[in-house]
Design a protein around this ligand. Structure first.
Ligand code: PGA
Length: 234
């Protein structure tokens, strides 16, 4: 089965809504990433889904978190650097979490033809500290996930539209190639994120090279997330 990561971003507003949304999204194969203040309550509510966080923090494992999104474009836009991301990746791995590293170019970078260079740098620097760890302590980490999330495709971006599945597959193939150059020996899962809805999810999930989806806006609509999850099960 493919995996679906629900990135609730700043939603919902209240604890009661978080509980209701967690119950409505509690499916095996789902990773639910609520805002930090709702981690504990969501952890208590879910029985089938796994818990993820939207960013690294030292107290995550204490709250039952298993996955952590690192390098999301919202944080990069707020000034997070590749070096800072590398540090968080290393700390997440040390804490026994599976990091979900987000990479992807902005609209301007794409127009200037810089997308590949940007992604290469995001991977090279972002993974630099765990590559070192890995060669030192082979059993420290089992898996990392990498999400290709073009910034121009994220639903909050002006004029956002999802990448085409072909475009996402091509970029994921490119990322895989770079991981070989970096001698990355981790087991890696590859996700696509950016304006995923129940209508377009099957067209991404159909591809063998896409292991799952990172879903933002649609993940807080119970009907939507259920349908997306159903298409991941097929
Ligand atoms: P979106 O967000 O699905 O709303 O485009 C994805 C994300 O920001 O991770």
């Amino acid at each position: 089965m493919k995996c679906i990561v629900a990135n609730w971003k700043k939603h919902p507003a209240t604890k009661a809504e978080a509980v209701a949304l967690a119950r409505a999204s509690d499916f095996a194969g789902m990773v639910i990433c609520p805002p930090h203040q709702f981690l504990e309550i969501v952890h208590r509510v879910i029985k089938n889904a796994l818990l993820g966080a939207q960013d690294y923090a030292p107290d995550l494992s204490k709250h039952g978190v298993r996955y952590v999104i690192i390098g999301h474009s919202d944080r990069r836009a707020a000034g997070e650097t590749d070096d800072g991301i590398a540090e968080k990746m290393a700390r997440a791995v040390f804490d026994g979490l599976t990091p979900i590293l987000c990479v992807g170019e902005t609209r301007e970078q794409r127009i200037r033809g810089e997308a590949e260079q940007i992604i290469i740098k995001q991977l090279r620097v972002g993974l630099s500290k765990i590559s070192f760890l890995q060669s030192d302590r082979r059993n420290l980490i089992a898996e990392i996930w990498i999400a290709y999330e073009p910034v121009w495709a994220i639903s909050t971006a002006r004029g956002a539209e999802p990448a085409t599945p072909e475009n996402a597959v091509a970029r994921i193939a490119f990322i895989k190639e770079q991981l070989l150059h970096l001698h990355c020996q981790f087991s890696v899962k590859f996700l696509y994120g950016g304006s995923v809805t129940s209508a377009n999810a099957p067209s991404f999930l159909r591809h063998h090279d896409i292991d799952g989806l990172l879903v933002g806006a649609a993940s807080i609509i119970p009907k939507e997330i259920k349908k997306i999850w159903q298409s991941a099960k097929k």
